[in-house]
Design a protein around this ligand. Structure first.
Ligand code: ZN
Length: 372
């Protein structure tokens, strides 16, 4: 059993996106008003399953605090912060474009999510907990330094990363983003930062459609510190595990970070409305075990999970519970009711065209700067 931190605040679920249908503004394109796909019930149901399973009382619950403007501006431009503040103060909210609605009150909740990432990072680095899962909303990994994007306002992961790199005990950090979409915001924040290794495993050109290519390896002194693993649509558990074996784990071993941060979206699940991948709770469990083992080997087990996307109300809570069971070493009585079906669906095996994509990413691992 390990001490696992859990960060949550009900206000995260109050980040509500009205007046949309799916991901577009209702009334436009003759679209009948409906719910926004970024549904707050997903995180609330995740948190509630952790509660009713009995696991919550075994976790170290850590309250978030709001990130200061100074902390946010270590990653984001003043103009971006001002735009969020301005739209967020309007009773109607605003829309920043690039699939980024800014509802009324968004600034306060986005600052609380960024601050939640910071307190979780500190709890892990201080040794208060062995590892942590911050169940944050709004998500952050698409937010670029100068703009909101893809339901994300501030880059929670990059803000926590800049905070960590300011600590004397942290010389290098590594990101392993398993959200089905490309971690473009984290990549942009650290593209020329040699102290951060940014790895993103995502569905090829899902979002953003023009980013996340394997050729993007970082620039200047940071060349070799960005690894994209764009997998073909339809990839299942064996493709994910192979990508970890052949790319993620060897890259981490070369870079030897002091902490591993996992932008954790669960939209690669087999029933997700936004992704076309085939992951299941057992797959997330296996990837978590691999990350725990490599963190034990390299950095005293220090692992920080920051919640990102995931749009299935029904399956995301079970994926999250599986990850938390592995992080804490506490097994609950809860059985994932979807797992047998997800396992049986055809295409879970590793296929030749997936191997080709993993080969391409594996070929750039030798460029990762080795820590002496
Ligand atoms: Zn996503």
């Amino acid at each position: 059993m390990r001490r696992t931190g859990f960060i949550w605040n009900e206000k995260f679920a109050w980040f509500e996106l009205g007046n949309y249908a799916g991901s577009v503004l209702a009334h436009s394109y003759s679209m009948q008003p409906d719910q926004h796909v970024y549904d707050p019930e997903v995180v609330r149901r995740f948190r509630n399953l952790v509660d009713v399973s009995g696991l919550l009382e075994e976790l170290v619950q850590i309250p978030p605090r709001a990130a200061s403007e100074l902390e946010i501006r270590r990653v984001h431009t003043a103009a971006h912060v001002e735009q969020v503040k301005e739209m967020s103060s309007l009773p109607t909210g605003g829309d920043a474009g690039n699939y980024a609605p800014i509802p009324f009150g968004a600034y306060e909740i986005a600052a609380l999510a960024a601050g939640g990432a910071i307190v979780a990072a500190d709890a892990v680095m201080n040794g208060d907990v062995a590892n942590a899962y911050a169940l944050l909303r709004p998500a952050g990994h698409h937010a670029r330094p100068d703009r909101s994007m893809g339901f994300c306002i501030f880059s929670n992961a990059a803000i926590a990363g800049r905070h960590l790199l300011n600590r004397a005990s942290v010389a290098r950090i590594a990101y392993v983003d398993w959200d089905v979409h490309h971690g473009n915001g984290t990549q942009a924040a650290f593209y020329d930062e040699p102290r951060a290794l940014t790895i993103s495993l995502h569905q090829d050109r899902l979002y953003p459609v023009d980013d996340g290519m394997v050729e993007q390896v970082g620039e200047g002194a940071a060349a070799g510190t960005n690894i994209n693993i764009p997998l073909p649509a339809g990839s299942g558990v064996e493709a994910y595990c192979s990508a970890y074996d052949r790319v993620v784990i060897p890259a981490l071993r070369a870079f030897r970070p002091d902490i591993i941060v996992v932008p954790s979206g669960f939209d690669a699940g087999a029933m997700d409305p936004m992704g076309r991948m085939m992951m299941n709770s057992d797959g997330y469990r296996r990837l978590t075990r691999m990350l725990i083992a490599v963190a034990d080997e390299l950095c005293g087990g220090r692992l920080l999970f920051l919640h990102e996307g995931g749009y299935s109300r029904w399956s995301v809570p079970y994926f999250g519970l599986a990850v938390l069971e592995e992080l804490s070493g506490v097994a609950t009585h809860v059985v994932d009711p979807h797992l047998d079906y997800h396992r049986a669906v055809g295409g879970q095996e590793l296929l030749a065209h997936q191997v080709a994509a993993i080969d391409a990413a594996a070929s750039i691992v030798e460029r990762v700067p080795r820590r002496g």
